[in-house]
Design a protein around this ligand. Sequence first.
Ligand SMILES: [Cu+2]
Length: 123
Amino acid sequence: MRFKALVLVALSVATMLLVAACGGPPPPTPPRDIPVSAGDFFFAPSEFTLKAGEKVRFLVTNDGAVDHTFHVLLDGEEQGIDVPVGAGNVPFEFSAPQAGTYEVICVVPGHKELGMVASLVVE
Ligand SMILES: [Cu+2]
């Protein structure tokens, strides 16, 4: 009788573990949205803060009269983000692999010099 109870408990525990294991990994967390205004000639906000490895989604809206771009650089090196910002809202995802102060610029000639620079601080 005691052995039967023990077997039942063991089976119950095994079943619970099996059910828990079949649940699979939790669904991925959606990226954090960061709205950005690209105007003539600025980015607003002009500073962003995120964590290394955090997935964010920039929602860049061109609020100016001319085309702009959104480039991310670290120590002058392009980080694979080369987004033209024409009319409308341009969403794209970004994840900074390492901590540091990245630079966001518009590469249309003259725009960076006119103030299209933002700082992206990755902690
Ligand atoms: Cu621009």
